[in-house]
Design a binder for this molecule. Structure first.
Ligand SMILES: Cc1cc2nc3c(=O)[nH]c(=O)nc-3n(C[C@H](O)[C@H](O)[C@H](O)COP(=O)(O)O)c2cc1C
Length: 256
């Protein structure tokens, strides 16, 4: 079944979709755009670029047309300052994260770029099972700490308290995927969205390590077949305010 349908009555033969098609699967025939399904990754560029809205992407059912915002160019200085002002948050209030905010964070993740437009990630949203999962993770880290070895020097010297992983935050989202790249990009989009909502985020790499050490934990995280946990975003309302941006190492940049 075709996934892209060009409405020939509406098509004006401008070729914008043909020139923009990444898979080169559109051509012009008798002054109208023609679609060939082979190799199409359904990126939607043909739908996005058409000046007369003649393209339908059937896979997604009825689409509510969402126009590109004319204000979509964010002031770059503002954006850079926003990005640099982000901090890992490790102190949270007890206030819950609203369902509306959770939906926006997930929507931001869904819209990150992915290779072959695969959206090859899934999200595990954890609210009710936080204490149970954290208990398991704490127990495996305490055991591992006694044995030593496997853990980093940082963790060997840390106090593993009951809130070691989730810091009392009310929401955790684990991003799972087949590979790491898409999941990391989705996570970064989600983190920035959460920040823009006034929320704070901590990447809990340690929780991912605990899930890898203890299959009991990963079994409790519902994921599609073949998806492994890649990042763990601990999210809540910050109970801390920072005044200034700490310095960072210079980036190593090579120009050729
Ligand atoms: C993939 C990843 C995993 C991380 N895991 C943890 C963690 O398990 N516990 C923690 O306290 N911080 C964790 N962090 C936070 C880093 O320690 C933090 O980003 C770094 O110290 C810089 O501070 P900033 O994020 O406030 O700029 C993680 C960060 C990343 C990107």
């Amino acid at each position: 079944m075709k996934s892209v349908i060009i409405n020939e009555k509406l098509c004006i033969g401008c070729e914008k979709c043909v020139k923009d098609c990444v898979s080169e699967k559109l051509s012009l025939k008798n002054g109208k755009a023609q679609y060939n399904a082979e190799r199409c990754i359904l990126c939607g560029h043909c739908y996005a670029i058409c000046p007369v809205n003649a393209v339908t992407l059937t896979k997604y059912g009825e689409i509510n047309e969402e126009k590109v915002s004319p204000h979509h160019i964010i002031d770059s200085d503002n954006l850079l300052s926003f990005m640099k002002s982000r901090r890992s948050i490790r102190r949270f209030t007890k206030e819950r994260v609203s369902e509306e905010d959770i939906a926006k964070i997930l929507e931001a993740g869904r819209y990150c770029p992915t290779g072959t437009n695969a959206q090859d990630f899934s999200f595990t949203v954890i609210t009710d099972s936080l204490a149970d999962l954290e208990k398991d993770a704490v127990s495996i880290f305490r055991k591992a700490q006694k044995i030593g070895g496997k853990l980093s020097a940082y963790i060997r010297n840390s106090t593993i308290d009951d809130n070691f992983f989730f810091k009392g935050a009310p929401l955790v989202i684990v991003v799972n995927g087949k590979g790491k790249t898409s999941s990391c990009l989705a996570s970064s989009y989600m983190e920035l969205m959460a920040e823009s909502l006034g929320l704070g985020v901590l990447y809990s790499g340690f929780f991912i390590a605990a899930a890898k050490l203890m299959p009991k934990i990963s079994k409790k995280l519902p994921t599609p077949d073949g998806h492994d946990p890649v990042t763990c975003l601990v999210i809540g309302h910050p109970d801390v305010k920072y005044e200034r941006i700490p310095p960072r190492n210079e980036a190593e940049i090579n120009r050729i």
